[in-house]
Design a protein around this ligand. Sequence first.
Ligand SMILES: *Cc1c(COP(=O)(O)O)cnc(C)c1O
Length: 377
Amino acid sequence: MEFRDLKSQYLNNKTAIDNAIQNVLLDGNFIGGAAVSQLEEVLAKYVGVKYCITCGNGTDALQLALMAWEIGKGDAVFVPDFTFFSSGEVVCAVGAEPVFVDIEADTYNISAESLEKAVQYVLKKTDLQPKAVVAVDLFGQPADFERVRTVANKYGLLILEDGAQGFGGKIGRKRAGSFGDISTTSFFPAKPLGCYGDGGAVFTDNNDWAELIRSYKVHGKGKDKYDNVRIGMNSRLDAMQAAVLLEKMELFDEEIDRCNKIAEEYTERLKDVVKVPVIREGMTSSWAQYTVCFKSNEERVRAIEALNMINVPTAVYYRKPMHMQAAFEKNRMDELDYTVTEGICERCLSLPMHGYLTSSEVCCIADRLVQAVMVND
Ligand SMILES: *Cc1c(COP(=O)(O)O)cnc(C)c1O
């Protein structure tokens, strides 16, 4: 069994994807070209924003946003303590200071209450200027942008939505990718919308930022790439990936619907023995991960071993809080509280999740997990 079954997804749509790749080969335009601009149009429309700018990966997408905002030395950027490394890495890459913030115990997304405490701490105890907050749509569910925005407005913070895992998710009828002042996503193969290599995109309604990002991603170009007006980077989505993504968009909403049905089946079978994912009223998850939480690490270890014995892969997202990563040792603020994140890291486990899991596979995984937990209760 696969944790995320990209092969089944390909075989299910093989002819269309093969043709799309073949067309790029015949066209001979491998960087840029029609497929890339077409994809940017399709994605901007899907998300409901004015501008979509594709780039090399989801990490660059985040960094490009911080560059457009001229965030750097002396600036504080608030980042959830429970996320993939990139969300904080890019803050250091532009020379600013990441300040990690604890999460909500039910959704695992950034806690607006802890955010406010962290901002107040920075204002009182440091010389840093609070500039922005990275709100991550963890495991597919959008962050609580209403509450994050209230705190952001109060302290004049810009919101950067890290939608690497959230693409396809919704709050009401509004889609992920439209909640930040700038929002980003990743097309890494295992993400909800994945390509066959690296890829990413930036979304915004702001024309000036969109222009700046289009320049930064191509060596700080002015009139063209041989007229360089600022120091940028080389971060482009290639035509082959764009063509694949255009094909995958045709099936994307259907896949998310299937993931939602699979999540319901898991939850129905697991809800009495482990803490199952909580999706808030009005929110739709794109199910980048289906993550449960055990009573203890020992119970988690038993479950991993039991599933491993029947060839079911699992993963721990994430084992280490961001503030505990060696790379962030110098950025640690020991007075801030990370109790929730520390507890979740000890006890969480992500199960296989993708649109091509069958009901009988879900039953089999869930039943084995229940058995493993009940044995020692
Ligand atoms: C995967 C991921 C990224 C980075 O995306 P890449 O395309 O791998 O660079 C950033 N943030 C989060 C939350 C992610 O899960």
